[in-house]
Every structure is written in C-alpha cells, then in structure tokens.
Design a protein around this ligand. Structure first.
Ligand code: GLU
Length: 447
C-alpha cells in the first residue's frame, strides 16, 4: 500500500511517463518502502525530494547510424539517462539489446541511483544503451556500431560528469571499442571516463567478476544471518552471461552446488554441478547456445528447450538473466521446492508478486539494488585507481569487494530494523539508498 502523499507522486509518474511500465514498476517498489521515512522526517516531503528524484536530471536520445558487413545501412536509437548526480558523477552501464527503449533505461537508471547510494561510494545514478541487437553480428560490425554510438555520446561524458560501463550486451570487447573512440575524438587519455576496461589499459582487477562474486558474498551473508551457509546447498543460477558465470564460480568456491543455469533458448540441468570451464568456453569464447554445453558434457547434463529454469527445485536462487524473469507462480513453485534465499544478480528479475510470495514465505530476499551492487562498487574502485594512477592486486580488490558487500548487507538489516521491518532487505535497501541521496540533495538546495 502506498502512503497518501506517495500515491499522488506515483500517479504523476504514471501520467508523465506513459507506457514506461518497467520504470513505473521500479518507482512503485521504492515508493512502497519509503512511507515510514516520510513519517519520521517531514523535510523530505516539504522539499519535494521524492518528486525530484523521480524526474531524471537529463535524458539524451540520439540516432546511431552504422553499416553492416554487406554495406547495408542500419539506424538504431541510443539513450543515456543522467538520473541523479547528488552523490557523484552519473554512473551506470550501457545495455545493447533489442528490448531497450526509454522505459527500460529509466527503470535501470532509477534503480542505479539507490544502488550506488547503498555502496557508500561517491557515484550518482545513470544508465544508457541502445536497441541494437549484437546477436550474430561480426566483430567488425560490433566495432562500427560502438564507434558510431560513442561519436554522439562522447560529448555528454567525462570522468567528473558521466561514467558508463557495461550491462547486457556490453562486455570487455565493447568497452574497448567505446573507450578507443572516446580517446580518439577527445584526444584525452581519460581512463576514468568508462569502467570495465581491459587490464592492459586501465581496467581494474576483479571488475569482470565483481557482480557475480559480490552477489555470492551477499547471499553468503543472508545465509549466515539465517544460521547456515552455502555448504552443500543446491543452487540455481539463471542466465549464462557475465553475472551468472562469476556467481557460479564464487558459489562453487563457497561450497554450494550449482545444478542449473539458463540462456534465452532454455536451461541446462547438471546434477553433478555445472562444469564452469566448459560453460565459459561455450558461452564466453564460442558464444554458442546452452544446448552445446549439454552435448559436450555428455550424459551428465540435460538441456531443456524453451522452459523456465525456475521449475528446477533449489535451496538458493540467484536470478542473473534479466528483469521480471521470476513470476508469482514461479516463486510459489520455488518456495514449495524448498527455496530459502534469493539473491538478485540481475536488475529487477523478480516481479512484485514474486517478491510478495518470497517475503510472505520467510525466504531471505536480497533485491538487486543490494545483492548486485558489487559490480558498480568495483567500477567505483576502478575510478579510484584511475584517478590515482594506481593498480591494486586481485586479492586486495576482492577483499575490498567482500567488505563492501558485507557492509551493504549489514546496513540493509540495520535500516529495516530501525524502521520496524526486521529482515526486510527490500525496505532496508530502498530506505538506506534513498536517505543517502535525499540528504545530499537537501544539503545542496533546490537542485
Ligand atoms: N550495469 C551494472 C549495474 O547494473 C554495472 C554498472 C557500472 O559498473 O557502472 O549495476
């Protein structure tokens, strides 16, 4: 239920952003959490902080023309939503996927404000991307697209202004092409203008692994809070991209058994535990479908085409594919199957009904804002190293990441307790993230 004042804020968001359903969903989830904050601190309402936070500071939409290998011209749409810079330069990834439109970029940018606030690091919130579909495109086509995209975007970026990174469809290869074009246009070796860079040119150790590792660390803390651990637990991770792969890696190191993962074609069940080297080879190197994993793995693994991986029973779930992949029905089946903890590696992978089912069943539910914040937190560490022209070791960086995830977990629980909602990580994350941003905005006057 929405607090009366928040309900009129929400109605306004619906009216002013028609059709942007993912953005509406992300806003509603935050508004549902912050009612108690308004009761405790009327200053936020008086200064219309919530209304201001729901309106991006700047939204950029641009044309991205490029030529494929056959010489045919294509036109895509590029986006960058610079949502909030109260805590630092706009920070957030770029997503290249055919589903991208303004509503997706705004939902992701909105989430990013609170997630970044929650890390405790000096980064604002933003997000961008394009409806470009990288699937099946050659390396040269990807490069030409990235160069054209950056030819427009560069004028809006800067290490003190706006610092993109990757997201779905944007990994190390794309970041390299984007950074190369930025450097060429501006004639500046401005390392801190983009994160997720390769280790040969200013990238940070552990950035590649950070979202997945961080999510596993967060879930480990949730399990500890329940008096248990990953040891011997049956885990399902959806997706087979960067977040999923490194979640699987860390879960395995922490003693969990990952029995299934998925991609857009279906899922694979491997009761002995996913063979991570094989998965990395099939998805990361060969860029093939998951059925190839099952074929090469032999009788141990089964590929199930076109179905949801959430029908596979598990004790711990780490949705790491995309938004709204766990419905209320999925969640009910998962609870029946013995699921006790969910850590969202993706952004908003659980529908509002799904969250309700988990919370009512007493499942520890770690929302993406908290559970997957390790990625952007390590981006902030990359910025820190770039600014001081320093390089940290893998071990040092991983320790930092783990400390940050522990701290986020502790603050979620503490804040939820403080506002009378013990164990509610959604409320804890939303309230803590909100207060950090809101307090900075209050201090800066009417901005
Ligand atoms: N796209 C990632 C996220 O959802 C990382 C953003 C970044 O590193 O800036 O948080």
């Amino acid at each position: 239920m929405l607090h009366e004042r928040l309900s009129s804020v929400y109605d306004n968001v619906l009216r002013r952003n028609p059709g942007e359903i993912e953005f509406h969903q992300a806003v509603r989830e935050v508004l549902e959490s912050i009612g108690p904050v308004l009761g405790k601190d009327p200053e936020y309402a008086e200064h219309k902080i919530i209304e201001r936070i729901c309106e991006p500071e700047r939204q950029i939409i641009f044309r991205v023309p490029w030529e494929d290998d056959q010489g045919e011209v294509h036109i895509n749409r590029g986006f960058r939503v610079e949502f909030n810079s109260a805590l630092g330069p706009y920070k957030g990834g770029l997503r290249f996927h055919p589903s991208v439109y303004l509503g997706i970029v705004k939902f992701l940018g909105f989430e990013q404000i609170f997630k970044n606030g929650l890390t405790g690091l000096p980064i604002g919130g933003g997000k961008g991307g394009s409806d470009f579909d990288p699937k099946g495109r050659s390396d040269r086509e990807i490069m030409r697209f990235c160069q054209s995209f950056m030819t427009e975007l560069y004028r809006h970026l800067g290490e003190y202004t706006d610092v993109p990174a990757g997201d779905i469809g944007v990994g190390g290869r794309e970041i390299g092409y984007l950074f190369g074009q930025y450097k060429r246009i501006t004639n500046r070796y401005e390392s801190g203008v983009i994160t997720g860079k390769g280790l040969t040119y200013g990238g940070a150790q552990v950035r590649t692994e950070a979202t997945g590792y961080g999510c596993a660390f967060f879930v480990e803390e949730m399990l500890k809070a329940r008096g248990t651990s990953f040891d011997g637990r049956r885990v399902v991770v959806s997706g087979a991209g960067n977040v999923a792969i490194y979640s699987i890696e860390k879960v395995q190191q922490l003693g969990g058994i990952v029995v299934a993962c998925s991609d857009s074609s279906g899922y694979v069940v491997d009761e002995k535990g996913i063979d991570l080297d094989l998965l990395k080879q099939i998805k990361g190197v060969e860029r093939r479908r998951l059925s190839a994993y099952a074929e090469r793995r032999g009788t141990d693994a089964t590929f199930v085409a076109g179905r949801s991986v959430w029908e596979v029973p598990c004790e711990v779930a780490m949705p790491s594919a995309t938004e709204n992949e766990i419905t209320g029905k999925d969640a009910e089946a998962m609870v029946r199957g013995g699921c006790m903890a969910v850590g969202e590696g993706a952004n908003m992978p659980t529908t509002p009904e799904g969250i309700r089912v988990f919370q009512e069943a007493g499942v520890s539910f770690g929302p993406g804002k908290a559970a997957n914040a390790g990625g952007v937190a390590t981006s902030a560490l990359e910025m820190q190293q770039n600014a001081s022209r320093d390089r940290w070791t893998f071990e040092f960086s991983e320790r930092k990441l783990q400390e940050i995830m522990k701290d986020i977990h502790r603050r979620c629980l503490q804040t939820a307790d403080e506002y009378g909602m013990p164990g509610d990580y959604v409320a804890g994350a939303n309230i803590d993230g909100f207060k950090r941003v809101a307090d900075a905005m209050l201090a800066m006057g009417l901005i």
